[in-house]
Structure formats: C-alpha cells, structure tokens
Design a protein. Structure first.
Length: 273
C-alpha cells in the first residue's frame, strides 16, 4: 500500500485539497505552452521574480521533490503509485512570506506491487520511470523551456539536486531495515544508469546521472555540503543573489562569503555572552 502520511510529511504529496492555495494547476495543464504560460506568469508574480526563468526553474525543482516521492513509493513501499498527469495537481500555498508547493493526488490509482527478483524488478522500474519521467514530466519541462527560454538541460538539472539530497535520507526513515535500504540504493542507481536516456528523457545522456560536487560548509569548516547541480535562478528574484551552493559562484566569492559569514557569527556569539 501507499503510505500517504509519509509522503505528506516528507515530500508534500497529499490526497486532500488545501483550501488556502493561491495557484493550482494539474500536471496535464502544464504539459503544453497554453497552460504553462499563465502558470509561470502568476507564479512569477507571487514570488516577485524579475525574469520568467526563475519560476520555470522553481517549478522544475518542485518536480524533483515529486520524483523523490516516487522513489519512496517504489523502494520503501515497493509500489508503483500510478500517478498520471491528469490526476496530480500542484498547489502553491502561502506560508508566512513564502509559497510552498503541495502535490494533490486525485483519484489515486491502485498501486502495483514490485517484484523482488532483480531482472523482473528492473523491467517494473523501467515502466514506472518511463511513465513518470517520460510521459509525465518530460512534456512539462519542455513546455517550461519553450515558454521561459531557459534551456531544457537547466530544467532537468534542477532534479538531481533534490533527488541526491532526499534519496539517501530514506535509508534512515523509521522502520527501514538493511534489505530495504539496499533496495533504495539499487533502485536509485538503476534510475541513473539503467534507462535509455533518449527514450525516457529525450536526452543523449541521463540528466539525473550527475557527479556530485562537494564544497566546504558555510557554517562548519570541518563539514562538506553538496553544490547544487544547476543554478536555481534565485538571483532573478527581487532581493535575491547567487546561492552559496550555486555552481555559477566563483570559488573566490564562495570563500569570501564563508569568511564574512563566520566573522558575523563570531561577533553575534561574543555579543550574546
């Protein structure tokens, strides 16, 4: 069975409509330029974007969270949820100064259990990933690219940042034993290396199979943190800038930001004593 309580708490996937949504659209509506254009226009106004590339990139990042939810279904619950573009709705809800997305699943399909034998499982995963990424997400990202002008590889590039953060955490969820943790890792490896990229993503190379780059933490010198796989376009939001983890940020600028942040933190700590 699909545990939607887990999906809601970890990946913002719900089955009950949020009454305070400021913007809603089904994934089917976002699969064409006619539906994508007004969505990006309104979303851009809500987040005070200075260019349409920003809401396009933010939308792609949201879809990465939905992709992480799919991995949880397939690997933790051993079920293909059978989500379809017509029955999944993105809702943007205002929380304080921000707009948080939820994915509303209407008329959830009967989930399909996965086989445990590896060869049969890979066939099952291929079908599930093909339906999700090829049939559902690919048209959305292509429409977003066409409307915004942001290159399609920049949109696909938002997804690995979310997936590479979320999937490893699944092995630490309550009740996950070693066998399930191993399945999480094998299934994710298959997503990155076992598919035909042109068939599933329309790309010569799998856009989810990327090299993770590590940088020194902004807060703790002894800790490493992941660099984002692609620029999230936050600098095209009013008052925004390149993120510390942005691949576009020069290393000299990153070092200067670390130095400045730690000096400010030291002053605050001294003042609190």
């Amino acid at each position: 069975m699909i545990d939607y309580a887990v999906l809601e708490s970890k990946f913002y996937i719900v089955t009950v409509e949020r009454p305070n949504a400021r913007l809603s659209a089904s994934l089917a509506e976002l699969s064409c330029e006619a539906g994508m254009a007004p969505f990006l226009d309104t979303y851009g106004q809500l987040i005070k974007a200075t260019a349409i590339e920003a809401p396009a990139a933010y939308l792609a990042g949201m879809l990465g969270t939905l992709g992480a939810g799919l991995q949880a279904c397939l690997s933790l619950m051993n079920r293909d949820p059978g989500w379809r573009a017509e029955t999944v709705v993105i809702q943007l809800c205002k929380e304080g100064d921000y707009y948080s997305p939820v994915f509303l699943v209407r008329r959830a399909a009967n989930p399909v259990a996965g086989p445990l034998e590896q060869e049969a499982r890979e066939g099952w995963l291929t079908e599930a990933f093909g339906s999700f990424y090829g049939a559902m997400l690919r048209p959305i990202l292509e429409a977003a690219s066409s409307v915004s002008g942001l290159p399609i590889h920049q949109l696909w590039g938002q997804l690995p940042t979310r997936l590479n953060y979320s999937v490893p955490l699944m092995t630490d969820f309550a009740g996950v034993d070693q066998a399930v943790a191993d399945r999480v890792n094998r299934d994710y490896d298959f997503l990155k290396t076992g598919l035909q990229p042109m068939d599933c993503f329309g790309r010569a190379k799998n856009p989810l199979n990327v090299r993770v780059r590590w940088i020194e933490s902004l807060y703790e010198p002894e800790r490493q943190m992941r660099m984002k796989n692609a620029c999230c376009q936050y600098y095209q939001i009013e008052g925004g800038s390149y993120c510390y983890t942005c691949p576009r940020l020069k290393e000299s600028e990153r070092e200067a930001r670390r130095t400045r942040h730690r000096a400010e933190a030291a002053l605050q700590s001294a003042g609190a004593k």
